[in-house]
Design a binder for this molecule. Structure first.
Ligand SMILES: NC(=O)c1ccc[n+]([C@@H]2O[C@H](COP(=O)([O-])OP(=O)(O)OC[C@H]3O[C@@H](n4cnc5c(N)ncnc54)[C@H](O)[C@@H]3O)[C@@H](O)[C@H]2O)c1
Length: 352
């Protein structure tokens, strides 16, 4: 029996609703496998915690998480009470950075049983590999002066090490797929970091002889996501470009509520963190109608990373069976509650 200790941070809003749903599914998946067990340890770190304690997690929070195999997170953010930059930087981004989770992997595919809002989705199946530790989301910069003289500077940081790491991950991933890598660039408008990004892409590409590649400006690439997403296999993107593209990835699948993600420490020195693309959705929190698929599919990505890809695939199959049976939450045009959707996925999982 292989046992894994998982730190669970449901976070805010619908995170509190979809995380328990995904844990139910992972527990059944582990039972079906027979040789896998999870121990879940919950942490109440969120915006309520911040309002009580003045910080999003205790001072030894990172040291505590360090002792776990993986981290399973819902979503963070209560913008009406805590500014987003405090909640995200105090928990989510802090964990990503301190645990050196430098790669963010976000798939988007046309699921069986779902209608994409695109007129011709053509069975797309792509994965965005987002650089997750630097780029445009750097802490370097500041604000000076006041009134009409006010100004803000935000510096983007691109290191060869960080850029190469993301690109190598993308090329390695492409080997197990359709062997095509697209680089998201903007070297026609951003004159230092993006030509550097292109140079590193060329260097890394030269080490992967047979892989088919393309380099496309992010604005055109976003349009291609809408017009012909089936042209993509693996896309490697900077932190900001990858962030924006993957919300679009969720949208063309049918809802951001189904888009999964993994923040990986590829060296496996630290725990990785699995959290869906969506946020805490304050507009629907507490209503019991959040779509649990993003969080459940994220759980499947955790199983893949732990080496249980076969059982992970069964979860995705069960999600597609459920959608094909017409069971959908309101974001997908249906009437099912979070609980009903989860029950249906569990039923289909048990049948597989
Ligand atoms: N990883 C994270 O923790 C993360 C990511 C994005 C946003 N946020 C935070 O979440 C808060 C809300 O942000 P936002 O409104 O921009 O983005 P959001 O993803 O929370 O919501 C955007 C829209 O999508 C809907 N939606 C999202 N997930 C859904 C689900 N599972 N089922 C059904 N509908 C779903 C929401 O109802 C909303 O209409 C903010 O505080 C933001 O900073 C956190």
């Amino acid at each position: 029996m292989e046992k894994y200790e998982i730190a669970v941070i449901p976070g805010d809003g619908i995170g509190q609703e979809v995380v328990p749903a995904a844990i139910r599914v992972l527990e059944v998946a582990a039972d079906l496998h027979g040789g896998l067990a999870f121990k879940w340890t919950h942490f109440p770190w969120n915006c309520e915690y911040y309002l009580q304690h003045g910080h999003m997690m205790p001072e030894d929070g990172i040291a505590t998480l360090r002792g776990f195999d993986q981290i399973f997170l819902g979503a963070v953010g209560l913008p009406q009470s805590v500014p987003d930059h405090i909640s995200l930087w105090g928990l989510l981004i802090k964990i990503r950075r301190e645990m050196k989770q430098a790669i963010n992997v976000r798939p988007a595919k046309l699921l069986r049983g779902l209608q994409s809002p695109l007129r011709e989705p053509n069975d797309f199946d792509l994965i965005v590999v987002r650089e997750n530790s630097e780029g445009e989301y750097s802490e370097i910069g500041g604000r000076i002066h006041s009134g009409a003289d006010q100004m803000a500077i935000q510096n983007a940081v691109f290191t060869r090490k960080g850029t190469e790491r993301a690109m190598r991950y993308a090329f390695e991933l492409a080997k197990s797929r359709r062997n095509h890598v697209t680089s998201a660039t903007k070297s026609n408008g951003i004159s230092h970091s993006m030509p550097f990004w292109d140079d590193v892409f060329k260097d890394v590409r030269s080490g992967y002889g047979v892989t088919d590649t393309a380099s496309i400006h992010i604005d055109a690439l976003a349009a291609f996501f809408v017009m012909k997403p089936h042209m993509f296999d693996v896309i490697v993107a900077s932190n900001l470009f990858g962030d924006i593209l993957t919300d679009l990835g969720g949208a063309i699948m049918g809802s951001i509520g189904i888009a999964p993600a993994a923040n990986l420490n590829v060296e496996r020195e630290y725990p990785s963190m699995f959290e869906p693309v969506h946020g805490s959705a304050p507009d629907i929190a507490g209503k019991g109608i959040a779509n649990p698929i993003g969080q459940i599919w994220t759980g499947k990505m955790m199983l893949d990373f732990l080496g249980f890809g076969e059982i992970g695939q069964l979860i995705l199959d069960a999600i597609e069976d459920t959608l094909s049976a017409g069971i959908k939450t309101p974001d997908l045009g249906g009437r099912a509650t979070t609980g009903e959707m989860t029950d249906a996925i569990l039923q289909h999982l048990r049948k597989r």
